[in-house]
Design a binder for this molecule. Structure first.
Ligand SMILES: *[C@@H]1O[C@H](CO)[C@@H](O)[C@H](O)[C@H]1NC(C)=O
Ligand SMILES: *[C@@H]1O[C@H](CO)[C@@H](O)[C@H](O)[C@H]1NC(C)=O
Ligand SMILES: *[C@@H]1O[C@H](CO)[C@@H](O)[C@H](O)[C@H]1NC(C)=O
Ligand SMILES: *[C@@H]1O[C@H](CO)[C@@H](O)[C@H](O)[C@H]1NC(C)=O
Ligand SMILES: *[C@@H]1O[C@H](CO)[C@@H](O)[C@H](O)[C@H]1NC(C)=O
Length: 696
């Protein structure tokens, strides 16, 4: 998840867009110049008790056998490699989730939204949600969709109540939901619709419908639109033999027919969640009802008293196309909580949060980093502010180390209140996952927000969270322990010098949350799932002495050159990229060659600056062809390589300068902006061959 390969459970897609809302809150940190002594006196008088951890935090996992398999101390089965499948007898498939939420909350509010940024949240109850989902599902059956897990239906929308209604409608008739989203790359939606042979897609708006109608997959017969379509789009669809209906029309149709629900079995497929690979087409991760329920149930058991309940409200803004967000929803519904959707524009997220006042939110490190950076830069120009801030942070960090989480100290009132209020003021629990989070940032967020923040690690292939930190462990820089539906072991990665016997290796996961394979792709499944059912994640981890897992690296592309030395091109790239002249770099090597070569997209501004100083002008393409500029860049990166400790056989011996950036659109980057190495190799084949020719 930390890079390409087996994929991340939350793509940092649309990063800028998603987290820009933080910028609006510049100077969120109010620093008041009030006496520090008074502050500490007030604060000393109100200290709550520390969190009671569920067990000794020096010994957080169970370990078994010669392979040092780590599993949860919460596991109800002890150490027999048996894994939890569900927590509640009445909740064994996704179809069971809403009735449980309804019972637990006494038919409380389930889904909420705002018509526009000036209005209040409106809600539908659990019963209404179930009824509308059943009607919508019945409508799909009336349109000719066959109940059962062979029918796959796409949902192509931002988060909204209709997304959830669609999903539960499909489960009501044992059909399978397939999220579609933009950042999978060009033509990905068409590829997925074709591969899954979808007869119908539920589509948010005119624009998304138009994009599907550009190149219509033959299997597609119906488009259900959530927002109104233009007459033009309706006409276009009609001309191409596609039936368009509004969401509401399908509900009405279903209400007329009232088809009986066809509940799924735990072993039935529930979702195919496509993720981008570093190579070729997106891969469809097949998850059964049991996979997903096991994961959510294990999280609930692991969380103990902090788990969501019927007083909780969660804000939904991370993409529902990803498992972390979906599992978060699930955990809320099982606990009878409510979900409020953001308005769809991330720039207004703060505003949505203030209207909703959520108690729970999932988060990604990116969001925390933004807040942290903002606060740090706000401090940089004032010594007094920094002093006061450090006193506040120091005081709250001391609490944290004692296991005390609170937000009513004087420091909160003086210093941290704005950050807390920015998120609505009621947040009590945040689950953060999807990428490593720096310790200083995590500490800061725990202190500033004064709420429980748990860190998790997982992949789409195991239904998202697979490890979680436990109550009372507020130390940063680890991802906790396996949750009780799975076990984790480390295996050797000799190429990278990681050996399980010395406590480091590739993380492998086995359990009831591990997927059934990639849809219609036995070869890739075979590369990822071994014959004993272990999922090979590609992430390198180590278990700390107290049994918590720490992610330390990512399995790299490595190859052996003709003289027998191993080369990791990504490592070389990570050094070259530091040069001011390099915007992007791709390092290539071959087993029959004795050196590496590279493709570099120059940083236009600095190259132009150099060119101007030397009386050269022209387009970037022109500059790329000037030998002097190529030599400049080659010399500079070789210098960086030397300083960065590269051996001479690792250094590129020649480069080709390319004027156009590698992008997601031109197919050279994954949606998380990682290089697609095989595509790059193909794209630049002629140049690579040409460079190597000189050394033959
Ligand atoms: C950790 O806990 C387990 C189970 O309670 C116990 O068997 C084991 O001896 C403990 N290990 C240490 C180092 O205390
Ligand atoms: C779209 O078509 C409907 C029905 O044919 C018509 O009533 C409506 O005015 C049209 N809207 C536009 C914007 O042309
Ligand atoms: C839900 O959990 C919170 C935090 O643990 C607690 O304060 C609240 O009383 C709980 N509500 C219900 C209905 O159990
Ligand atoms: C677990 O061990 C790590 C590494 O020794 C340490 O940094 C961390 O503080 C420990 N966690 C707890 C809760 O003691
Ligand atoms: C999976 O790999 C094993 C050996 O690694 C091989 O025997 C088997 O045929 C492969 N299966 C598929 C479907 O590729």
């Amino acid at each position: 998840m930390f890079s390409a390969g087996t994929d991340e459970f939350v793509h940092d897609q649309d990063d800028e867009q998603y987290y820009d809302f933080i910028s609006g809150a510049a100077g969120m940190l109010a620093i008041a110049g009030i006496g520090v002594a008074a502050a500490s006196a007030y604060y000393l008088s109100k200290k709550p008790a520390p969190t009671q951890p569920p067990f000794n935090l020096d010994n957080q996992t169970m370990v078994e056998g010669p392979d040092l398999i780590h599993y949860s101390r919460f596991s109800p089965y002890g150490n027999e490699m048996k894994f939890m499948r569900y927590l509640y007898d009445d909740t064994r498939t996704l179809y069971d989730v809403m009735p449980r939420g309804s019972r637990i909350s006494n038919n409380g509010p389930c889904l909420g939204w705002r018509a526009d940024p000036s209005s209040k949240y409106q809600w539908i109850s659990y019963q209404e949600t179930m009824l509308r989902a059943q009607n919508f599902g019945s409508g799909l059956v009336a349109l000719g969709l066959k109940p059962g897990p062979d029918t796959l239906v796409g949902v192509y929308s931002q988060n909204n109540p209709e997304w959830v209604l669609s999903e539960y409608a499909l489960y009501t008739y044992s059909m399978v939901v397939v999220p579609l989203y933009d950042t999978l790359g060009p033509d990905a939606c068409q590829f997925i619709i074709n591969q899954a042979e979808m007869p119908l897609v539920i589509c948010e708006n005119d624009e998304k419908c138009r994009s599907l109608l550009k190149d219509i997959p033959a299997c597609l017969k119906h488009l259900v639109h959530i927002k109104p379509l233009s007459n033009e789009t309706i006409e276009l669809a009609k001309r191409n033999g596609i039936n368009t209906l509004s969401f509401h029309e399908v509900e009405t149709l279903g209400n007329e027919y009232k088809f009986k629900p066809v509940p799924p079995r735990p072993e039935d497929l529930s979702i195919i969640c496509y993720t981008s690979g570093t190579t070729g087409h997106p891969k469809g991760v097949m998850l059964t009802h049991e996979n997903v329920i096991a994961d959510a149930s294990a999280i609930l058991l692991h969380m103990g008293d902090t788990k969501p309940n019927s007083s909780d409200v969660m804000i939904s803004f991370l993409p529902l196309a990803h498992m972390l967000e979906r599992i978060s929803h699930l955990v809320l519904y099982i606990g009878g909580g409510a979900i409020g959707f953001f308005g769809g524009d991330i720039r207004n997220l703060m505003d949505d949060m203030q209207a909703l006042k959520p108690t729970i939110t999932p988060a990604v490190p990116r969001l925390f980093n933004r807040i942290y950076d903002k606060v740090q830069s706000g401090l940089s120009n004032s010594k007094v502010k920094r002093l006061l801030f450090n006193a506040a942070l120091g005081s709250k960090e001391r609490d944290l180390r004692r296991g005390i989480i609170q937000k009513n100290t004087i420091w909160d009132k003086l210093i941290f209140k704005k950050v807390q209020d920015g998120m609505g003021g009621r947040i009590r629990l945040i689950v953060v996952g999807s990428a490593p989070l720096a310790g200083a940032v995590m500490n800061f967020m725990r202190c500033a927000l004064g709420c429980v923040i748990v860190e998790s690690y997982g992949l789409t292939e195991c239904a998202a969270p697979t490890t979680l930190t436990v109550n009372g462990d507020y130390t940063p820089e680890h991802v906790g322990t396996p949750i009780p539906c799975c076990a984790i072991k480390l295996i050797d990665v000799p190429d990278m010098n990681y050996y399980a016997a010395s406590g480091r290796g590739e993380i492998c996961i086995k359990g009831t949350n591990v997927f059934k394979g990639y849809f219609k792709d036995p070869e890739k499944t075979n590369e990822t799932l071994d014959k004993d059912g272990w999922l090979h994640t590609g992430d390198i981890g180590t278990f700390l002495d107290n049994g918590t897992l720490k992610i330390i690296d990512r399995r790299k592309h490595i190859f052996k050159m003709s003289q027998g030395e191993y080369i990791a091109p990504e490592k070389i790239e990570s050094i070259y990229i530091k040069s001011q002249y390099v915007a992007q770099v791709f390092v290539h090597g071959e087993s029959l060659k004795s050196c590496t070569v590279g493709v570099i997209v120059p940083e236009e501004e600095s190259v132009r600056h150099y060119a101007n100083q030397h009386g050269i002008s022209g387009s970037l393409s022109f500059l790329c062809n000037i030998p002097e500029i190529k030599q400049l860049i080659l010399n500079e990166i070789t210098d960086f390589g030397k300083k960065g400790g590269l051996k001479s056989f690792e250094q590129v011996k020649d480069i080709y300068l390319h004027p156009d950036l590698f992008t997601v659109e031109n197919g050279l980057l994954t949606p998380v902006l990682k290089s697609k190495r095989p595509e790059l190799r193909t794209f630049f084949r002629a140049q690579l061959v040409d460079m190597y020719r000189k050394f033959d």
